[in-house]
Design a protein around this ligand. Sequence first.
Ligand SMILES: [Zn+2]
Ligand SMILES: [Zn+2]
Length: 117
Amino acid sequence: MNKTVTLQLKCIYCGESFMDPSHKVDGYPGIKLKARTGDITGIVWLSSVLGSPKFESEVEFTKKVVARFSCPNCSAELTSTQTCDMCGALMARFKLSDGGKVRVCCRSGCKNVWLEL
Ligand SMILES: [Zn+2]
Ligand SMILES: [Zn+2]
C-alpha cells in the first residue's frame, strides 16, 4: 500500500485553514476555496492528497478550465503571478500548516503542485 501524503493548507493572508473536515475528498478533509471562472463563482473542494487531480464543486465547472481561487474567509485572491510549467495556467499560492509554501495549478485536472519548503 502506498503512503498517502496530504497537504494541510491555509490562507497566506489571514492564516485561516482551508481544510474542511465536513466535506471529504478522496477520504480526507477537502481544501475549501472560492473559485471563479468567467461569471461563475462557487465553492470548490480540492483533494488534499498530494498528486490527486480530484475535486468537487457546488457548481459545474468546465473540464480543463482555469479558475481563480480566493479565500472563503477573507476573500483575498490566491492566484500568484507564477505560471504552471506543465500547462501555462496561473498558479495559486498557499501556506502549509507546517510553515512551507505550496503552489497549485489553477487549471482543473492539471494538479501541478510545487512545494517551496
Ligand atoms: Zn484568507
Ligand atoms: Zn497546470
